[in-house]
Design a protein around this ligand. Structure first.
Ligand SMILES: [Zn+2]
Length: 117
């Protein structure tokens, strides 16, 4: 099965790699974009994801966290403070893991739609 070029760029970005070549790093820090790819020189820093990554992260994790909240509310064998602390820790951890990957995927998707000179 051959993947479309757009999907390949999105997946490369979600792996935090350059959407053009898939080898260079997309970020220099947690969410700080590199101005250009360190492997191929593609100007990936020109792609601005703006507010899309936080919005998409909430959209993706919200239903899961809502479901886990209802499950935890019905699971009364554990004390409330353990359920709340566990849910809070899971929510923070999931956001910290997902946010750079969502930003990378969005940058990869936008890379395929950029204006070509
Ligand atoms: Zn590259």
């Amino acid at each position: 099965m051959a993947l479309s070029p757009s999907l390949i760029c999105l997946l490369r970005g979600a792996r935090l790699k350059c959407p053009a070549c898939g080898r260079g790093h997309l970020f220099t820090a947690y969410l700080k974009q590199a101005p250009e790819c360190d492997a191929c020189g593609a100007p990936t820093g020109e792609i601005a994801a703006e507010d899309g990554p936080p919005w998409l992260t909430v959209l993706m994790l919200g239903p899961l966290l809502a479901a886990l909240t209802f499950i935890a509310a019905r699971h009364e064998t554990w004390p409330l403070w353990i359920r709340l602390a566990g849910l809070g820790a899971f929510a923070v951890g999931a956001v910290l893991v997902m946010l750079p990957r969502v930003k990378g995927g969005l940058i990869g998707a936008l890379w395929t739609m950029r204006a070509k000179d």
